[in-house]
Design a protein around this ligand. Structure first.
Ligand code: NAD
Length: 251
């Protein structure tokens, strides 16, 4: 399946977990990748994986919470690859803490990485996308941005903010043929749950999911790659939540 041939994707936090899976899947479908991560060594490993698939990769290591750095990331990505067609705002982290325990520093960091980082990187890439009248922006939210959770209200709020951006940007940018959608994963066997839960707790949580499991990172990448592809040219302002049936809503 080569439906991303000739496209360039910039994926934040693609040194590990889902971001790396997105990079590898999109490269396997023909895209060149700008690999960003706060950890340079991790980003370089992803770049090696992309190059092994015969695609170009360029590493820009930076903290997405640093506005000057994300502006430089956008400029370097476009400068090196000639353009950026696809932006995946994926960099993020989880923290389990209840309201009384969340101190101002934690709150600020949560908002800075997920909300401010996604906002200013998108803002920096928009002028070139408008000029080319082409763009696919995919914001990585979370099932918890829709359902809430009793152990991470700052995380839930940050992920809900990404859904707000998605809907507003979809309307604002549609005149330039720029599509904006969100993927809101349920439980994924990547960084967050593996780092924060011991195996028994994780298994007990998986048992509560209708499909009785969390997914592998690439199962989220399939949704991201679809939204990045021409197959999703009539899709904007939407949220796809691969979650094993954990949340089923409707009319
Ligand atoms: N794992 C889950 O179950 C789950 C569920 C829903 C949503 N998410 C979201 O998916 C995204 C990816 O999560 P993951 O589980 O793959 O995590 P992960 O920890 O496996 O990978 C995240 C990557 O982002 C990088 N990163 C973190 N902060 C950064 C920053 N400030 N600037 C640049 N890079 C940074 C990390 O170094 C790491 O390589 C996150 O936004 C997360 O909130 C995860």
């Amino acid at each position: 399946m080569g439906n991303l041939i000739g496209k360039v994707a910039l994926i934040t936090g693609s040194g590990d977990g889902m971001g790396r899976a997105h990079a590898v899947l999109m490269a396997s479908r023909g895209a060149d990748i700008v690999v960003n991560d706060i950890r340079r060594d991790a980003a370089e490993e992803t770049a090696r994986m992309v190059k092994a698939l015969g695609r170009k990769a360029h590493v820009v290591a930076c903290d997405v919470a640093d506005t000057a750095a994300v502006r430089a990331l956008a400029a370097e990505g476009i400068g090196t690859m000639g353009k950026v067609d696809i932006l995946v705002n994926n960099a993020g982290f989880g923290q389990r803490a209840q309201l009384p325990e969340i101190v101002e520093k934690d709150f600020d960091r949560m908002m800075a990485v997920h909300v401010k980082g996604s906002f200013f990187l998108t803002q920096a890439l928009i002028p070139a996308m408008k000029e080319r009248r082409y763009g696919k922006i995919i914001n990585i939210s979370s099932i918890w941005g829709m359902t809430g959770a009793p152990v991470a209200s700052h995380y839930c709020a940050a992920k809900a903010a990404l859904l707000g951006f998605t809907k507003a940007w979809a309307k604002e940018l549609a005149p330039w043929n720029i599509h904006v959608n969100a993927v809101a994963p349920g439980g994924v066997r990547s960084g967050g749950p593996i780092k924060l839960d011991n195996p028994e707790i994780l298994r007990a949580k998986e048992e509560k999911v209708p499909l009785k499991r969390y997914c592998e990172p690439v199962e989220i990448s399939y949704a991201v790659a679809y939204l990045a592809s021409p197959e999703a040219d009539f899709v904007t302002g939407q949220v796809i939540s691969p979650n094993g049936g954990d949340t089923i809503v409707g009319f």
